[in-house]
Design a protein around this ligand. Structure first.
Ligand SMILES: C[S@@+](CC[C@H](N)C(=O)[O-])C[C@H]1O[C@@H](n2cnc3c(N)ncnc32)[C@H](O)[C@@H]1O
Length: 239
């Protein structure tokens, strides 16, 4: 276990309360080779009240947005996903100390989780803030925003559900815009379509902030510009 972020204190992964335990997310079965639906489960069942609206944040970092927004919206269930173990531990420990009953955190790859684990049409909002830009061209394939991700987001969002995005990275923003121009066109992509609308700051953002994550606060001090939008899932393409 690393103690870098915790300044020597032991962090509690809060397995089974905040952190998703291995019992709740069993290994992917071999049948996945023949059946892409074989590993699907219902993440709503991980919450004490599964009937509440459901939102996901991809790449929560230290968990600041998740913590602040979930505290304000106690009637919404929030699942944070983070693949860096140290950040996962730090954020899970923070949420445990704040005793948030409507937050769970998954340690893993969000792109794979959406693709193989999530059922259709159950998420109201996907939050993607300051997603790693992978600036080197040979690493662009690691960027979260790709056709496959947008197809999965479209599949798991409810009708009119939203993918909310903020980034500071100009090149990644241009990359996203190229994808979004196809996905928001009348024809959409493979019969799936989004429409784009302006980003509106959540209630948890402080005055002058777009969303209020740690990276936004750090980059704001450096005077970097930000780029943002919301993709709304549409039921049909325009004929
Ligand atoms: C640049 S940081 C931004 C953190 C936070 N959203 C913020 O704005 O302060 C990106 C975070 O996303 C995580 N991440 C990147 N790709 C991921 C993936 N596919 N699944 C889960 N976490 C991911 C990284 O580990 C990192 O913590």
């Amino acid at each position: 276990m690393s103690f870098g972020l915790s300044h020597g204190k032991k962090l509690d992964p809060a397995l089974g309360s905040i952190g998703i335990s291995p019992d709740e997310l069993p290994p992917i079965p071999d049948e996945i080779v023949h059946d892409p639906d074989a590993a699907r489960l219902d993440p709503r069942a991980w919450f004490s009240d599964p009937d509440r609206p459901f939102e996901i944040e991809i790449g929560i970092g230290k968990g600041t947005f998740l913590l602040q927004q979930a505290a304000l919206e106690s009637q919404t269930n929030f699942l944070g996903i983070e693949w860096a173990h140290e950040f996962y531990l730090y954020a899970a420990d923070r949420c445990r100390r704040h005793q948030l009953a409507n937050v769970r955190i998954l340690h893993g790859n969000a792109v794979e989780f959406l693709r193989w684990r999530c059922p259709e049409s159950f998420i109201r909002v996907i939050h993607l803030y300051f997603s790693d830009p992978w600036p080197k061209k040979r690493h662009h394939k690691n960027r979260v925003v790709q056709d496959r991700f947008l197809a999965d987001a479209h599949r798991i969002l409810v009708d009119q559900g939203e993918l909310r995005i903020v980034t500071d990275h100009e090149n990644y923003w241009h990359w996203m815009q190229e994808y979004f121009s196809r996905w928001t066109s009348d024809q959409g992509v493979d019969g799936m379509r989004f429409c784009e609308k302006p980003f509106i700051a959540p209630d948890s953002a402080s005055t002058g902030e777009l969303v209020g994550t740690n990276f936004e606060r750090k980059y704001r001090k450096e005077g970097r510009p930000f780029y943002s939008c919301v993709l709304v899932r549409m039921n049909q393409t325009v004929s």
